[in-house]
Design a protein around this ligand. Structure first.
Ligand code: DGL
Length: 258
């Protein structure tokens, strides 16, 4: 397939979380068309064996390519760590933009901060994140915090509920005596729980997520390859899910104030 500048950008996540990235892409490039595919029928990915995540991600990317996408944005830290390398080897010409926890800006925010990285167990365990922590281990005091149930709570649209607040309270209980300077939301579902997280930890904790960075990088890559849609074009978004009952949630989260 010869990439075509007016073709849509495929945005993929294990479920609804990648909408936090789609929102940033849309703000930055409203002239582009997007096909968002959330694999909610198989979410959460972050507790599955890595081979399974890889196979699910490859299948999702193939689906987006069959719909004519010119580039793929992996709006999922977990799918990126499991499958980005293989996908790039299979499709060397295709722009594939991946995501990793925003440890760098947090670690370099000054004063040797204590940085908590919240992500799925797979993201925290995989080699990609291990390499990242190696780079910044001298700049901060790093604490890894797996939070797989938060993915399910967001998929179930539990934002603003006592159930979500109680989960977060229990999750952070072991860190009660720790002064947290920075919290990295290393899973694209987590920004939707930002309000509750801030209420629990207080406004002094700086939050970081990779969505804006990924959107900016996508723009750069498309520009470099001559794949930007005409600037005067008016883009559209097509929402797809492997669980059609989740389509209203995808649209609702798109309007969620981040
Ligand atoms: N949203 C995904 C991420 O950024 C993972 C969610 C899942 O475990 O399915 O890591």
């Amino acid at each position: 397939m010869i990439p075509n500048a007016t073709a849509p950008i495929g945005v993929f996540d294990s479920g609804a979380g990648g909408i936090s990235v789609l929102k940033r892409l849309w703000t930055l490039m409203p002239n582009e068309n997007y096909i968002y595919f959330g694999d909610s029928a198989n979410a959460p990915y972050g507790v599955r064996p890595v081979e399974e995540i890889r196979a699910l991600t490859v299948a999702a990317v193939e689906k987006l390519l069959s719909l004519g996408c010119k580039a793929i944005v992996l709006a999922c830290n977990t799918a990126t760590s499991a499958a980005a390398q293989d996908l790039r080897a299979t499709y060397p010409e295709l722009p594939i933009i991946g995501l990793e926890p925003a440890l760098k800006p947090a670690a370099l925010s000054g004063g040797h901060p204590t940085v908590v990285v919240m992500a799925t167990p797979v993201t925290l365990r995989e080699e990609k994140f291990t390499r990242l922590t190696e780079r910044f281990k001298d700049d901060c005091n790093l604490i890894k915090l797996p939070a797989p149930e938060l993915v399910t709570l967001v998929e179930q649209n539990k934002m603003g509920t006592p159930e979500l607040a109680a989960y977060l309270k229990a999750l952070f209980a072991p860190l009660k005596e720790t002064r947290i300077d920075c919290l990295v939301l290393g899973c694209t579902h987590f920004p939707f729980a930002k309000r509750e997280i801030k209420a629990l930890l207080g406004a002094q904790v700086k939050l970081f997520d990779g969505a804006v960075g990924e959107a900016k990088y996508t723009k750069v890559v498309l520009e470099e390859r001559g794949l930007r849609a005409p600037l005067e074009a008016k883009g559209e978004i097509c929402f797809l899910s492997s669980d059609e009952t989740k389509l209203p949630l995808l649209r609702q989260l798109f309007d969620f104030e981040l």
